[in-house]
Write a protein that binds this ligand. Structure first.
Ligand code: BV8
Length: 252
């Protein structure tokens, strides 16, 4: 079933489900003005991800990779959470057993008020020492000369997961368990092309979950879901959360 409006029963499903999984991708931040990866104007348009988002690229040319991530940090810092992020935070606060999982690294779900976000691909806002492996939060607006360096003198890298790198075991394990046990899954703003994140909806389907895709475009997942809400998440998610009887915005 495909429509802009949630089906008549979806609100009840959302309020009554024992466990809800919300899986987000770059599309949930599109209405905050952040570029997605694929599609018109996407980050990878004209750029080769293997030249910017791999460990090999970083080791070969840390300054160029850092220019890309310093720009991503500045974009994310200048952006504000949109109505989709806030609706997800409102949902998480309004009822128990909501797992929020994201492929994004921008921090906007946390800034919208989500209390617990499972970060599959890390975050722009932590840096990791390439010698010691230690990580620390770093919210600085300006990083100074690139590449930034650890007190030990080694180069710091963004604590994000690059192509060819394994996802954080804890995060993926939690996300996989959430998918296995979910009764209702909202898949919001992802093309579903990057694995293993893209496997999560299939795991949920195998567990009998009711899976809803929120995306203006059809994706590889579209034929597999029970319901497709075809439109921008910033318009659809507040309607959906309201249909479940919850406030559209997280309590201040
Ligand atoms: C791993 C973090 C193993 C940094 C990212 C060949 C075939 C299949 C798989 C592979 C292959 N070769 C290699 C692989 C594996 C590879 C992979 O999946 N490649 C893909 C490209 C084929 N995966 C990996 O390498 C992963 N690691 O497998 O490790 C391993 C195990 C043990 C030991 C060693 C190794 C690591 C993957 C993580 C890579 N890091 N980013 C950064 O952000 O810079 S990936 C990047 O893509 C982002 O994280 C992003 O979130 C993610 C997925 O993209 P989407 O979020 O879906 O974004 P996209 O633009 O594609 O789509 C946006 C959607 O939003 C669109 O559908 C659009 O219609 C929609 N939209 C737009 N506006 C709105 C909207 N929706 C709603 N509302 C709107 N307003």
């Amino acid at each position: 079933m495909e429509s802009f409006e949630p089906s008549a029963t979806l609100g009840e499903r959302l309020s009554g489900a024992a466990r809800v999984l919300v899986l987000t991708g770059a599309g949930v931040s599109a209405e905050s003005g952040l570029a997605t990866f694929r599609g018109p104007g996407g980050l990878w348009e004209g750029l080769d991800p293997t030249r910017l988002a791999t460990r090999e690229a970083f080791e070969r040319d840390p300054v160029t990779v850092w220019r890309f991530y310093a720009w991503r940090r500045s974009q994310a810092a200048a952006a504000s959470p949109n109505a989709a992020h806030r609706a997800i935070a409102a949902l998480e606060r309004s009822r128990p057993a909501v797992d929020v999982v994201t492929q994004n690294v921008d921090g906007l779900l946390e800034r919208a008020g989500c209390r617990r976000v499972i970060l599959l691909h890390g975050t722009l806002w932590r840096l990791r020492c390439t010698a010691e492996g230690t990580e620390a939060e770093d919210q600085r607006g300006e990083l100074g000369p690139l590449p930034p360096r650890c007190a030990c003198g080694a180069i710091l890298r963004p604590a994000v997961v690059w192509f060819g790198e394994p996802l954080p075991a804890g995060a993926y394990g939690e996300a996989e368990a959430a998918a296995r046990h979910a009764d209702l899954v909202l898949v919001v703003g992802t093309s579903g092309l990057v694995v293993p994140a893209a496997l999560l909806p299939e795991i949920a389907l195998a567990g009998g979950a009711y899976v809803v895709e929120v995306n203006p475009e059809r994706t590889a997942l579209s034929p597999r879901v029970q319901e497709r809400l075809a439109g921008p998440a910033g318009e659809i998610l507040p309607l959906l959360v309201e249909a479940a009887g919850f406030p559209r915005e997280p309590a201040p």
